[in-house]
Design a protein around this ligand. Structure first.
Ligand code: ADP
Ligand code: ZN
Ligand code: ZN
Length: 743
């Protein structure tokens, strides 16, 4: 027997299989997906590889497989990995690594995560025997007596716990072991990320008519075990989550499992609580804020069929779950479902693949659907399910747009309009809470010399530095470079240096100046880097009734704060003019989501949007949460300019520290693509990227527009893979389909 083996490596030229002889004694145990060690190349060390196929004949095989490591992967994994490699222009082994148990892809075997074991203590004799020995005073030491008495009622306890509870020591246990009373056993302990949670159980709500209709529609495919894709388009607070919960309950009833993907899960601890409250502990969670050990144990819990519901961020799509009955993607428009590292996959596309293959429904939930999804739903490529009112009869908030140019004209130089100031004051008086949103962290967004116009930029990146008041420093948000703020302009020596634009720190600062008695809390990357800190900030805001929460995008996601009645969007323009065809879509989504945090209970919410572009249609439409109107405008524009959904965009990035080389290679790739003479793809001339230098690396790009299908994928793969294989020194080529970010 022979095996086709792919070596576990990121070397792009090694994305090919090599034939190996399967020694006779391995023939019974080897399978497609097995991890093996093989001799490879010149080195003495064995290399790790994966079995992609098995066959009876081979012309090339001349070396034997040395060892089978495990059979964790299935042939479905391998099939998916192969498909992904083509679709996302990467190595099969890059994709396989995503499917391995967490913490198991390191080349250094000793660094791989394993099961955690701990010492447990058991009675070595029958309970009655021990009791008798105690009664007949055979055991003398008080400590020994105490420990044995405790063990009689609590046999099989972790040694460290026993030590703490009975206030004894390891030495005491050792003596008892020697005397034949107890034994130690190494046992597996599970690292459980939900252990600190203490959630009250709840019961299902009675669905309203709209919810019921939506439920029935989706339940049809669920019960019939067939594929269907639903776009559940419901305004913020319309009760989508309640529908998910009831669909999942249905799936469990018919003996199936459920998966729910949420964006960057740690941002929304509240959603996990809702699942825990409904379903108790047969839940596994998978996301990047867990330790490797926790993720490893959650992964095993799924693999061993001990979890019915998997809740996770993007990469949970690779969880080893069998027998799924439904897959739900919440906030399906969220960019975090697309990976921005190799393999640059989109979880939604993989979810669709799994749902089709295994015959279950896929639900995409959103209050602000991705334009592409909505277009497809309207054109019968998926089913549109709508919820038009808030579930608990809360009204949508009143939204006001404030033209900041007017404020300047009437002499208000503050970053808050007079109206927003009044509203904040009102909320403070009434002890209601306020959320202030600004999509920049730090203090000022750029620092400029008023005399010569020189902007302070990062030395490694062609990007303006951001002023952070803490430590009085300028920081680069791309590479982390920092410097002290200069006293004079490095260009002309003038000391007329001014700060422009505003970030979260500045908002907080200004609030303290205007309302010295207001309590505030800030939430941005600078404040949430520690584990569970999102949760802590959000809980503190809620439980301690902090007056004002100031934050970036993070405050926009899914939170439900009953006492928040005012949302202020300090600058709505930040996400416009960013050189990306989705700028308007992102702006509309963010404004609508943030606004949706206001007045989610009895009292009607108020939202104030401050902008210098009050006529911009994404801003105007978000005022009424009018997604349909926004869509009509946006889809026309996309059609005229030929952007998705009317085509797909493939971005070929060419990066190098050598400026001349990056240009030369870009032009070569361009020529090769033209030579393919494929009428189905439109290739644009190579140009420097909008951010043309990051961390001393020059960045060029080629935009390709096409419909993604076998034909176009083949053409592009042919060209880029020949460049991968020729391994041009110091140049990296990255291909990204429908990238999140065109910069
Ligand atoms: P979404 O996920 O669409 O934002 P949620 O499911 O969070 O909406 O619901 C918003 C609020 O309405 C929550 O407080 C929820 O408990 C409540 N709710 C949802 N469905 C119902 C219902 N059928 N009856 C009463 N309240 C409901
Ligand atoms: Zn100057
Ligand atoms: Zn930098």
């Amino acid at each position: 027997m022979f095996a086709q083996i792919m070596i576990n490596t990121n070397a792009k030229e090694l994305n090919k299989v090599f034939d190996y002889i399967v020694p006779t004694e391995m023939e019974k145990t080897i399978s497609i997906g097995a991890r093996v060690f093989v001799p490879f190349g010149k080195g003495k060390n064995l290399s790790e590889g994966y079995v992609l196929d098995l066959k009876q004949e081979s012309e090339f095989a001349n070396k034997e497989i040395a060892k089978i490591e495990d059979n964790i992967l299935t042939d479905e994994n391998i099939e998916l990995a192969k498909l992904m490699a083509e679709k996302y222009f990467c190595n099969v082994s890059d994709c396989i690594r995503l499917m391995l148990p967490p913490g198991n892809s390191s080349k250094n075997l000793t660094k791989r995560i394993k099961e955690k074991t701990s010492k447990f203590v058991y009675l070595a004799l029958d309970k009655s025997v021990v009791l008798e020995d105690l009664e007949t005073n055979k055991v003398k030491s008080q400590k020994h007596i105490k420990l044995l008495k405790f063990l009689i009622d609590n046999d099989g306890i972790e040694a460290s716990d026993l030590e703490a509870i009975t206030e004894t020591s390891r030495a005491v246990m050792k003596t008892l072991e020697k005397n034949g009373y107890i034994i130690f056993k190494d046992e597996k302990v599970e690292r459980n990320p939900l252990i600190h949670k203490n959630v009250k159980r709840d019961k299902k709500l009675e669905l309203n008519d709209e919810q019921l209709a939506a439920f029935d529609q989706i339940n049809f495919a669920l019960e019939n075990e067939e594929f269907a894709e639903y776009l559940l388009f419901g305004v913020t607070g319309s009760g989508k989550t309640e529908i998910y919960l009831q669909l999942i309950e249905k799936a469990l009833e018919i003996g199936k499992k459920a998966m729910v993907l949420v964006p960057e899960i740690s941002l929304t601890p509240q959603i996990i609580d809702r699942f825990l409250a409904r379903f108790g502990n047969r839940i596994a969670v998978l996301h990047s804020k867990l330790s490797d050990g926790e993720r490893f144990d959650e992964w095993n819990k799924i693999k061993e069929n001990r979890a019915d519901i998997i809740i996770g961020a993007r990469s949970a799509i690779f969880a080893p779950v069998q027998n799924l009955g439904i897959l739900i993607i919440d906030e399906a428009h969220d960019p975090s479902y697309k990976s921005d590292m190799t393999p640059r996959y989109h979880a939604k596309e993989l979810a669709r693949y799994l749902a089709k293959k295994n015959n279950f429904p896929l639900v995409l939930g959103s209050a602000t659907p991705d334009i592409v999804d909505y277009y497809k739903a309207k054109n019968f490529d998926k089913e549109l399910v709508e919820l038009n009112k808030r579930a608990n009869n809360a009204q949508l908030p009143d939204v006001k747009i404030i033209d900041m140019r007017h404020e300047l004209a009437v002499g208000n130089r503050s970053m808050f309009s007079l109206e927003l100031q009044e509203e904040i004051e009102k909320n403070l008086k009434e002890h209601k809470q306020t959320i202030l949103f600004i999509n920049r962290r730090g203090f000022s967004t750029f620092v400029m010399c008023r005399d010569c116009g020189h902007v302070m930029k990062c030395h490694n990146c062609n990007i303006a530095l951001t002023y952070h008041s803490y430590g009085n420093r300028l920081k680069c948000h791309y590479c982390g470079y920092e410097e002290r703020i200069p006293k004079v302009c490095p260009e002309c020596g003038s000391n007329n240096i001014k700060y422009f634009g505003a970030g979260t720190q500045k908002v907080e600062n200004e609030i303290h100046k205007l309302f010295p008695n207001a309590s505030t809390i800030r939430m941005d990357i600078d404040t949430v880097s520690k584990k569970n800190s999102h949760e802590k900030i959000l809980n503190k805001f809620k439980d301690e009734n902090i007056d004002i929460l100031i934050g970036t995008q993070m405050v926009a996601k899914g939170h439900h704060f009953p006492n928040v009645t005012l949302v202020g969007i300090v600058a709505a323009d930040g996400s416009l003019n960013i050189g990306d065809y989705r700028a308007e879509e992102r702006t509309f989504q963010t404004l609508t989501q943030v606004s949706g945090r206001a007045g989610r209970e009895k009292e009607k919410g108020r939202v104030i949007i401050q902008t210098y572009n009050p006529d911009n249609y994404s801003i105007v439409c978000s005022q009424k949460q009018d997604y349909r109107k926004f869509y009509e405008g946006e889809i026309q524009l996309r059609k005229t300019l030929n952007y998705p959904p009317f085509c797909d965009i493939i971005l070929i990035r060419i990066h190098s520290e050598n400026e001349a080389k990056v240009k030369k290679v870009s032009e070569k790739i361009y020529e090769e693509l033209l030579k393919q003479n494929n009428k189905n793809i439109l290739v644009y001339k190579p140009v420097p990227s909008p951010i043309d230098k990051i961390q001393n690396t020059y960045r060029w790009r080629i935009v390709v527009k096409c419909k993604l299908n076998r034909n176009s994928l083949n053409t592009i793969n042919n060209v880029v893979r020949s460049f991968y294989e020729s391994r041009i020194k110091d140049v990296s080529i990255i291909v990204d389909s429908n990238p999140n970010n065109m910069l």
